[in-house]
Design a binder for this molecule. Structure first.
Ligand code: PBG
Length: 331
């Protein structure tokens, strides 16, 4: 033995000081890459808390203005609107009513947001149907794909007329992207963009969202949303949506599907987004409330992980708050 062996290669060098770590960092968070989902409920005059999502509320048409102002001031990229109607029926008529809550909220939010935020809308029937499914049912109670496409076409037109700039196709019906693209183009809405929730899994993580939109669903969505075990199929759905004309594709939920997200990001020639869903939010909030997790560090780590896996933008209920932290130099 002439000398004790020393490592020649020392990755720790790049971690040695804060300045070095900052410069060597691979994934940065930007406010502009964050999108805030917002719930607007018909017939209420003050915001209503959502018990399973502490800090998130169902907005009134009035209180949503404040949320838009805060989001714009924080510099986030946009908002995704969900409507919670007072009355529901089998066809989800409220979705195609120009005076339905989502369309009314969209008009108002467009006015409020100006050019500061991209205004996006959820294009799905589940908030509006009395059975809670994302489509209409056939005589045997099954979700009827092609009859649902008719409803989505009508819904897309109303959302475009209301001023939505990006339609979030979250219903997981086959052919929905092509169907909606065609009807928009025929009506002169070539500039309204489509965000396809391409790889949307039948996930338990949507639990708190069901409370947020007062969902009437009995049973589950497994005949249209993806099996959580299927990775290849997630990529297949994304590629299909790109072929059908999607401007942006999405993977949802985010945190438990980072492999799918990485696959889609590697193959896609359009932007890829991810939705950090209600259950992902609730888990962190619950643990943080117990003092079991450092809330701020955990939030940042979850969103950074989603960006690292390949998401160009992230829908997250923390969007405005996180953007505020970034402004303060926290990362
Ligand atoms: C369907 C839709 C859902 C979510 C967004 N759009 C619910 C579902 O598919 O059951 C879930 C979002 C979340 O959990 O945060 N309109």
């Amino acid at each position: 033995m002439t000398s004790t062996p020393h490592p020649v290669i020392r990755p720790r060098r790049l971690r040695s000081t804060p300045a070095m770590r900052r410069l060597a960092g691979e994934t940065r968070l930007h406010a502009a890459d964050l999108v805030l989902p917002l719930f607007v409920r018909e017939g209420i005059s003050a915001p209503m808390p959502i018990a399973s999502m502490p800090g998130v509320v169902q907005h009134s048409l009035d209180s949503v203005r404040g949320a838009i102002a805060d989001a714009a001031a924080a510099g986030i990229g946009g908002v995704m609107l969900f409507g919670v109607p007072e009355v529901r029926d089998a066809r989800g008529s409220g979705a195609t009513d120009p005076d339905g809550i989502l369309n009314v909220a969209t008009r108002l939010v467009r006015e409020e947001a100006g050019d500061a935020l991209l205004v996006q809308t959820d294009l799905c029937l589940d908030e509006f149907t009395d059975h809670g499914h994302c489509g209409v049912l056939d005589a045997d109670g099954r979700v009827d794909n092609d009859a649902t496409l008719e409803r989505y076409r009508a819904m897309a037109l109303e959302q475009a007329r209301a001023g939505s700039q990006l339609l979030g196709l979250s219903g997981m019906m086959d052919g929905q992207t092509a169907a909606v693209r065609a009807v928009l183009d025929d009506a002169g809405f070539e500039d309204v963009a489509l965000l396809a929730y391409s790889a949307k899994y039948a996930s338990a993580f949507y639990g708190p969202f069901r409370e947020a939109v007062d969902s009437q669903l009995q049973g589950d969505r497994r005949t249209y949303q993806l099996d959580p075990g299927n990775r290849r199929e997630g990529l297949r759905e994304a590629l299909l949506d790109i072929e059908e004309g999607a401007d942006i594709v999405m993977v949802k939920p985010a945190g438990s599907y980072l492999d799918v997200l990485a696959d889609v990001a590697a193959a896609s020639d359009v932007p890829v987004w991810a939705y950090q869903v209600s259950g992902e939010y609730a888990m962190v909030e619950a643990a943080a409330a117990h003092g079991w997790l450092d809330r701020q560090r955990t939030v940042i780590e979850t969103v950074r992980g989603i960006r690292r896996a390949g998401a160009d933008a992230v829908l997250t209920y923390w969007a405005t708050e996180l953007a505020g932290w970034l402004k303060d130099g926290v990362e």
